[in-house]
Each structure stands twice: as C-alpha cells, then as structure tokens.
Design a protein around this ligand. Sequence first.
Ligand code: FES
Ligand code: FES
Length: 153
Amino acid sequence: MAYSITVNGRTREVDATPDTPLLWVLRDELGLTGTKYGCGISQCGACTVEIDGTAQRSCSLPIVSVQGSEITTIEGQSDRVAQAVQDAWTAIDVPQCGYCQSGQVVSATNLLRANPAPSDADIDKAMSGNICRCATYTRIRQAIQDAAGKLEG
Ligand code: FES
Ligand code: FES
C-alpha cells in the first residue's frame, strides 16, 4: 500500500504494509540508516526520531499511524540547537562504539528545544529511554549542559 510521509522536510511516497514499523521504512525504503535498530520493542531508544516535535521510538510505530506527520531523523537535525548538540558531542567526544548515539543526539536535541536550561534531573528524565551499553551517560549529560550553555550565550 502507498503511504505519504514527510521526512526531513520532504514529502515521500512509500510502499509498505500498514503494520510496517516506521524504522524499516526509514532505513530500507528511504535509505536513512542513521536511525538504528536495537531492541525493536521501545526499550532502548536507538531508533529515536522526532515526530511532530516529540521524540518517539520508530521501531514500534506502524507506518499507517504516522501518515501526515512531520518526521525528523538524525539526518535532518541541522538547526541551531541541533548544531550546538552535535558540536558538544564532538568536543566532549561522547561516543564509544557509537551505536546508540544517533538516538541519544535526537533525544538531547528534542530536550533542548523544549527546555533550553535543563537541570541534571531534567536531563536524566528526558534521556532515561535511551540506553547506552557503553555507559557514556556522564559525558552525555555534560554535552547537553555544554550545548545549553552555548545556546544561552
Ligand atoms: S530499537 Fe526502538 S527502542 Fe530499541
Ligand atoms: S556508545 Fe556504545 S552503546 Fe552507546
């Protein structure tokens, strides 16, 4: 079946069954492989994208449920907030294996858009759905605080 979705500002026609998870449409149909598969059951956050301004797990959303929504993947994160987050990630050298990191960056960027001056508790709450098997949590928190500081200045 054909579905029309808007990804990174561009309307795309995709052919899929209604229950196909958005993650697989992004990766297999559209070639946007920055969004990763981790658990497939909304537990790890590797597949996080923004949908209508909210960070959500694309592995558990059937394509039929996101028709007409604005979807932003890691590839489309390029505004001022996203750039500050990515600069902080690079400066602090956050990733280890890197597998979880696109989901982490999408969640962090989404947090700073909603809350430009988060406390450590705000960060821990917003990032709690993003698991990192390499345990980069301390650097993630520091990078978010640094990005917030740069955006404020
Ligand atoms: S792959 Fe979606 S939450 Fe783990
Ligand atoms: S950097 Fe390896 S899983 Fe997070």
